[in-house]
Design a protein. Structure first.
Length: 523
């Protein structure tokens, strides 16, 4: 018997719908391995089961039968990305149906944001840990397994007692010392972990994988290890639900913390031992202060760790970082990822926490060219206050970049979905956005109705396109515009909560002040 089983649903390819659906949430949330390891070292046996991997390996795999055989005392379901909403809630219902004495626990950004509504509408859920879960989960498991029904002292917990929904204070936020005690690379706790590493680059490409040979042929990527560097973000991007404003509400986090460099190096060593070669860093909270990364890169060089790196810059990297990056990661698979998002500087200033001018971006690309560092750029369209003319500016800007900078190897073009807790979601009127996704049941039904093809964004902007008078018209016109202007090679939908931490503005007054002052102006 296993005490706690962490069950990950990829947001599609489930028994609830056609096996031809694409999987949307292939990677585990970064903290799940750390939570499972924390319980294991506390004497509470734990296991992680990734349903995407299991179904890719064996389409007949029944997680219900697997749980019945294991009889866990707790099943923990991550509901971080809203695309999982339908599957996770259906899973909670089935767990309770076959294992009525098993404690069903939810966690993650979406579950945290909608905790009261979920507990009210889904009686199969026994509890939700809001925000950061390390100490709360360990305390909850210990209390339950000692048959202690008094859970009032467990921080961040929303739970049931005698038919009432109780909300404990949001009082736990992980410290640097807490992070030091976590391992984010104990893959022995993940069922079929070697297959997870093998399939990580594959399982998002097709819902039904017809054998390993086909899967390997379709693969264009090596497995990428998302390296946990720290937590928090000091700024706010308008589309993002993981920045400073949402963190204060969802997790209570008010400041940025970094993991100790020795601990990060140990994670890298362990991941390399499991076969990872490429590491992605999606944590750059202070783009003009790179002392931490300069030291980390120096230590990687000293140890001669065999790794490639994809560094996702929140703003623009300093010349010191560029030099150190090239010295540390000279391989062809390494790159620096920059995100201008839109070609219009005016629109960029509205939306990005760390905005920059086009000329400043060009100067940065000159340096990347000089040091021969491969660069990927990410752009978007269909955002508030943007016009069709702004889209044309983005097209012209991309062409100029492609012509001038040979080290720009890829230009991705993405569209954002409306994320729970983001400024767009909380204050759609302030951004001229219309959306039907307001409460959890909206997201629940939205995730149950996804079909193959262009993804529904969950919002639309009136008057963005002439004649587009509905959400369907807007999405159709946007898809056609993306295809016409940017092609399909790198057109994809980007979920802001997929990236561990985001950029934000400092406060709501400043945010809306900037919006008010910039709307209506032209470059």
């Amino acid at each position: 018997m296993t005490d706690v089983i962490f069950l990950h649903f990829p947001g599609a390819l489930s028994p609830y719908r056609s096996p031809d659906h694409l999987m949307r949430v292939d990677s585990l949330p970064m903290g799940v391995l750390g939570l499972a390891d924390l319980l294991q070292r506390s004497g509470i046996s734990s296991e992680i089961v990734h349903l995407g991997v299991e179904w890719a390996e064996d389409p007949t795999f029944s997680w219900v039968s697997y749980l019945k055989d294991k009889s866990p005392r707790m099943v923990a379901l991550d509901l971080h990305w809203h695309h999982q909403s339908f599957d996770v809630m259906e899973a909670a219902r089935q767990v309770k149906a076959v294992l009525p004495q098993t404690y069903v626990l939810l966690g993650g950004l979406t579950a945290s944001f909608f905790h009261e509504e979920i507990m009210k509408d889904f009686p199969s859920v026994d509890g939700i840990i809001r925000g950061e879960a390390e100490a709360p989960l360990a305390e909850l498991a210990s209390a339950l397994f000692q048959q202690n029904e008094d859970l009032f002292s467990i921080p961040n917990l929303t739970w049931r007692r005698k038919g009432k929904i109780l909300i404990n204070p949001l009082s736990y936020v992980a410290s640097e010392e807490d992070l030091k005690s976590l391992s984010f690379s104990n893959f022995s706790l993940l069922r079929n972990h070697s297959k997870y590493i093998q399939h990580e680059a594959l399982i998002s490409r097709a819902g039904k994988i017809a054998g390993k040979r086909t899967a390997e042929k379709e693969s264009m990527e090596l497995p990428v290890f998302h390296l946990a560097i720290g937590r928090g973000c000091p700024v706010q991007c308008t589309w993002c639900s993981g920045g400073i404003l949402a963190q204060r509400t969802i997790s209570g986090r008010k400041e940025v913390i970094f993991r100790k460099i020795d601990d990060v190096l140990q994670t890298i060593r362990e991941a390399i031992s499991h076969g990872y070669e490429v590491f992605q860093i999606c944590f750059d909270p202070y783009p003009q202060r790179h002392e931490y990364f300069l030291e980390l890169f120096s230590r990687i060089r000293e140890e001669k760790l065999p790794m490639e790196c994809r560094f996702e810059a929140f703003g623009l990297p300093t010349i010191a970082l560029i030099k150190s990056f090239k010295e540390t990661f000279p391989g062809s698979k390494s790159c620096i990822i920059l995100k201008p998002d839109v070609g219009s500087e005016q629109v960029r200033r509205i939306h990005k926490g760390y905005a920059f001018a086009n000329q400043t971006l060009m100067a940065c690309l000159e340096q990347l060219n000089r040091f021969r560092i491969p660069c990927h750029l990410t752009f978007t369209t269909g955002v508030p206050f943007e016009t069709e003319e702004d889209m044309s500016k983005t097209v012209r800007f991309q062409k100029e970049i492609q012509h001038r900078y040979p080290m720009v190897k890829k230009i991705h073009h993405v569209t954002f979905e409306i994320e729970p807790g983001s400024p767009w979601h909380l204050y759609p009127e302030a951004y001229g956005v219309q959306t039907s996704l307001k409460n959890f049941m909206d997201y629940y039904h939205h995730s149950s109705e996804r079909k193959d093809g262009p993804t529904s964004l969950g919002y639309w902007i009136p008057n963005y396109f002439r004649g587009a008078g509905s959400a369907k018209d807007f999405e159709t016109a946007l898809h056609h515009a993306k295809t016409r202007h940017f092609g399909l090679a790198y057109s994809e939908t980007k979920r802001p909560s997929d990236l561990a931490q985001r950029r934000r503005f400092y406060d709501f007054p400043g945010l809306f002040g900037r919006v008010k002052g910039l709307v209506g102006k032209k470059d």
